[in-house]
Write a protein that binds this ligand. Structure first.
Ligand code: IMP
Ligand code: MG
Length: 184
């Protein structure tokens, strides 16, 4: 899975600018974050890991297997009114594990922080439900966001200001299954 031709085949023939993070460096970083997360929560307190779908599904699956402590997993599906690629307007929760948040340590898993708009609208909704703690772990951070309602406690990698796909990230639902992160 290394020649340009093989990579292009996986991309459906679409040219790929470059591989930004390869599977090995992703795995190393995920393992390190899993260890840090396990150490950050008292062993006898409940931890609920919530993945923001769909982009976080592969990251979350790899990450929870590196967090060596009991935990629960759930997901959130948020949709912006209006759709499109620009994050604006209000946020609607399409799937929402409402009942589980109060009183628990909640760790929110996001694929990538770009403008920060999604998080800035989601975090107040979650905080209003009284979690014991609310932390954020993002695989990628473009560091473009002005001010974030909740700064991520864990970041996998600082990302270049390019459109990234793979390892769960999509462009029009394509490329999520790539084992690496690439720039389109
Ligand atoms: P934000 O609200 O602008 O921070 O954008 C957050 C969401 O937009 C992420 O969860 C992704 O789903 C999507 N997104 C932002 N940048 C990228 C990118 O470079 N590639 C793929 N998806 C992205
Ligand atoms: Mg997303």
């Amino acid at each position: 899975m290394n020649t340009a031709a093989e990579i292009q085949a996986r991309m459906g023939g679409q040219p790929l600018r470059r591989i930004v993070f390869d599977p090995e460096e992703i795995a190393r970083r995920v393992e390190a974050m899993g260890r840090e997360i396990a150490a950050a929560y008292p062993a006898d307190e409940e931890l609920l890991v919530i993945g923001l779908l769909k982009g976080s599904f592969i990251f979350l699956a790899d990450l929870v297997r590196q967090i060596e402590r009991p935990l629960h997993v759930d997901f959130l599906v948020a949709a912006s009114y209006g759709g499109g690629t620009v994050s604006s307007g209000s946020l609607r929760l399409v799937y929402d594990p409402e009942a589980q948040i109060g009183g628990r340590h909640v760790l929110l898993i996001e694929d990538i922080i770009d403008s920060g708009n999604t998080l800035n609208r989601l975090v107040p909704i979650l905080r209003s439900r009284g979690p014991r703690s609310l932390e954020l772990c993002a695989l990628l951070h473009k560091r473009l966001a002005g001010s974030l309602t909740l700064e991520p406690r864990w970041v996998g990698f600082d990302a270049p200001p390019e459109f990234l796909v793979g390892y769960g990230l999509d462009h029009s639902e394509n490329f999520r299954s790539l084992p690496f992160i690439a720039s389109l």
